[in-house]
Design a protein around this ligand. Structure first.
Ligand SMILES: Cc1cc2nc3c(=O)[nH]c(=O)nc-3n(C[C@H](O)[C@H](O)[C@H](O)COP(=O)(O)OP(=O)(O)OC[C@H]3O[C@@H](n4cnc5c(N)ncnc54)[C@H](O)[C@@H]3O)c2cc1C
Length: 441
């Protein structure tokens, strides 16, 4: 069958049901394609998932996630799935609140103007420091928030006062790119700043989930896709992909479909390492680029302290050699678990090397030192995701969406302007679906 005679409604397999795979499956279903989703875990959601550990008193997420107002594609996806965004997400103006003082805080209004007003009003920094930051930001603005791809965030910010780097840019960089400033891509960092400050009113707002991550996306997605007639196989690991005429045949472990799963097209929405393995022979150059990506871990230390409350739902912390966490979240104030607190350690390579028990104990000490507690805090769980995100380094080569004819890749690691984020994943999923839909016409 030639491309011109391929049926407009095709059978499409989506391999992996993280946010990228779900975004692709939704668009494909909406376009009338027959969609089969294979997810090797028992639940949808990928790295942004709830842990389904039975009847735990405190159901946990795989790690604390935050969104920003500029994540338009994520928000549109959740809305399409029927999620009430106001109920699901606490929207706060961008604010760096420290345990004992207010940091920079954007007042309401157009983000760019708010940023200038926030910096000028931030009296904790001498006037000369505030003016220096505004001057530098004006230079970035003049250059369209673009820079040479080989520049690191540390190099980009080299001329700025230490206090600005330490209190503002380093925490923003590690939060957004999960890569420390010395090793992080300035180009990607500027793009995130650009989108936060220029995507309209509310784009810099922080959106904190008021519910577990499953309620935010995975559960509504499963329902929506099911209602659209998609076949969803969980506990189904795709172990091989091979050509079958003009289409594809999948080998699937753990699914009733295992014997002969044939599809016109495939969206490969699994991790970069899995995708590289599955495509090693089909597309060696693509697989090589995917395989070359390096990763950064994130550790989340959950503390329990019944009756306690942090000064804000999200508090920034100063990381140091004895204090691992950069942010603390009060899950009681977020509405899901009173007395439960998530301490987040991004770019956590050194802490993983130290060991999780030791890191948990140091985080507990940090928490005791930084906050006043109504009851003695205790470590509840220490979760480490060693491959939380790809290391977003300067000049990084990322694989493109097209692997081969009719075989598309989606995921937060696919070539694009964003670091490894929910928004990057959803955009990649939608782009792969669009490519599939176009190819089937
Ligand atoms: C602890 C932590 C905190 C984070 N915090 C934030 C944050 O605050 N904000 C933000 O925007 N982003 C954050 N991220 C990043 C965000 O979670 C990811 O960018 C996003 O979830 C990636 O989605 P994805 O669909 O590309 O990949 P994944 O979520 O990895 O999905 C891939 C899916 O494919 C499945 N799979 C793999 N191999 C196979 C196979 N062979 N067959 C079938 N299925 C397979 C996997 O089980 C998985 O479900 C964080 C990540 C972590 C780990």
């Amino acid at each position: 069958m030639s491309l011109a005679t391929r049926p407009a409604t095709s059978q499409v397999a989506v391999v992996g049901a993280g946010w990228a795979g779900v975004a692709a499956a939704v668009d494909l279903c909406a376009a009338g394609h027959r969609v089969t989703v294979f997810e090797m875990a028992q639940h949808l959601g990928g790295r942004a998932r709830s842990l389904h550990e039975g009847r735990s008193e405190h159901p946990l997420d795989n790690g604390q996630h935050i969104l920003i107002g500029a994540y338009t594609e994520c928000l549109a996806l959740m809305q399409r799935l029927g999620v009430d965004l106001d109920a699901a997400l606490l929207r706060l103006p961008l604010r760096l609140r420290y345990p004992r003082h207010e940091g920079l805080r954007l007042p309401p209004g157009p983000p760019l103007l708010s940023f200038a007003r926030a910096v000028l009003a931030y009296k904790a920094w001498p006037l000369a420091v505030r003016l220096r930051l505004l001057l530098e930001a004006t230079v970035w603005l003049g250059r369209g928030f673009r820079c040479a791809p080989e520049l690191s965030v540390a190099q980009l910010c080299a001329g700025l006062p230490e206090v600005v780097k330490h209190e503002l840019l380093d925490p923003l960089c590690v939060a957004a790119l999960n890569t420390p400033a010395q090793r992080a891509s300035a180009q990607v960092f500027l793009r995130v700043l650009h989108d936060a400050l220029f995507s309209g009113r509310g784009s810099a707002d922080l959106l904190l989930p008021r519910q577990g991550l499953s309620a935010l996306m995975a559960a509504p997605a499963q329902q929506w896709l099911h209602a659209q007639g998609a076949n969803i196989h969980t506990g189904a690991r795709v172990s091989a992909i091979e050509r079958a005429g003009r289409g594809w045949r999948l080998q699937v472990q753990g699914s009733a479909l295992a014997e002969d799963a044939r599809f016109d097209q495939i969206v490969l929405a699994c991790s970069s390492t899995q995708a590289a393995q599955l495509c090693a022979e089909l597309a060696p150059a693509w697989a090589q680029t995917a395989r070359a990506l390096r990763f950064e871990p994130i550790i989340t230390v959950y503390l329990l302290a019944p009756g306690s409350r942090l000064p804000a739902p999200m508090v920034a912390l100063a990381e140091s050699a004895n204090a691992p966490a950069q942010f603390a979240f009060d899950l009681g104030q977020l509405g899901h678990a009173p007395g439960l607190f998530a301490f987040v350690i991004s770019g956590a390579t050194a802490w993983v090397d130290l060991g999780l028990a030791e890191t948990g104990a140091m985080t507990l000490e940090q928490a005791r030192h930084e906050f006043v507690w109504a009851s003695e805090p205790q470590v509840h769980r220490v979760l480490a995701e060693k491959r939380a995100t790809f290391a977003c380094t300067p000049g990084l080569q990322r694989p493109g969406a097209k692997v081969a004819e009719g075989l598309w890749a989606a995921g937060d690691y696919i070539e694009g302007p964003y670091p490894a984020t929910l928004e990057g994943a959803v955009r990649a999923g939608r782009a792969a679906a669009k490519a599939c839909i176009t190819a089937s016409r």
